[in-house]
Design a binder for this molecule. Sequence first.
Ligand code: BEZ
Ligand code: FE
Length: 292
Amino acid sequence: MRDHSEETLTQAVLDRVQHAADPRTRDMLQAFVRHMHAFVREVRPTEAEWKQAIDFLTRTGQMCDDRRQEFILLSDTLGVSMLVDTINHARGGGTTETTVLGPFYVDHAPMVELGADISGGLKGDPLFVEGIVRSENGTALSNAVVDVWQSDDEGHYDLQFNDPNLFFLRGRLQTDEEGRFRFWSIMPRSYPIPTDGPVGALLAAAGRHPFRPAHLHFMIAAPGHNKLITHIFVKGDDYLDSDVVFGVKDSLIADFETRTKTTSLNGAHIDRPHRYLRYDFSLQKGPGASAA
Ligand code: BEZ
Ligand code: FE
């Protein structure tokens, strides 16, 4: 086939990929081509605009390395990450709801003792967090791994500093025989996602703010269960209704109470001013990842 017109070109490309060995790959490629061609037909870009789009994607890729993931930011800010989340995690089953992973997870946070302080002495309002990890049928899950990470008091994650040895506000805890976990930290703050790259420029061009409401990140793994990736958001935060990555769900908003005394789930007494979060997690049964 030669001499393609605007009308025949799309079908020609679809035909060209129809023999892909893997049917899923073929279906995805064909859907991508159909939607991409429809997009181009709709917006009718000039050649200069198309070059600008390619330059944008090139800069997005060039910005990525071990500590910066501009493509995740792009997916997050365009709502694609939450669309993938929504498609893959049905709501309403009674298990803890999921939200975006984000670009600041690292898979080798140190294992810390229950009750440890993960703040590394950073300034901020002291926060005590505890809860119970259960299976969807209510059974407490011992030896589940609770991986937590968060920003500092000024809204920065350790990965955002230009220091490969810097490591703070992260930790992995193992639940005890009653499924309990607890740790000390500092209050998370609402923060702007990184705006010094192409995604920041795109937000500015769209007249959007770059803020996320304050939250703690959790990734929880237990044998025989699907890995849970979620956040707990701070009730009352100004950005709950306009999260730049569309990640807020009502069930994930919690009261981080202001207290002077707490008796922890394990009976220990805390006798100094602190913020307190109790949040219990419910994991869906499934093949999931092991807790290792
Ligand atoms: C985060 O919460 O760490 C995050 C999520 C999406 C984009 C940027 C940051
Ligand atoms: Fe975050």
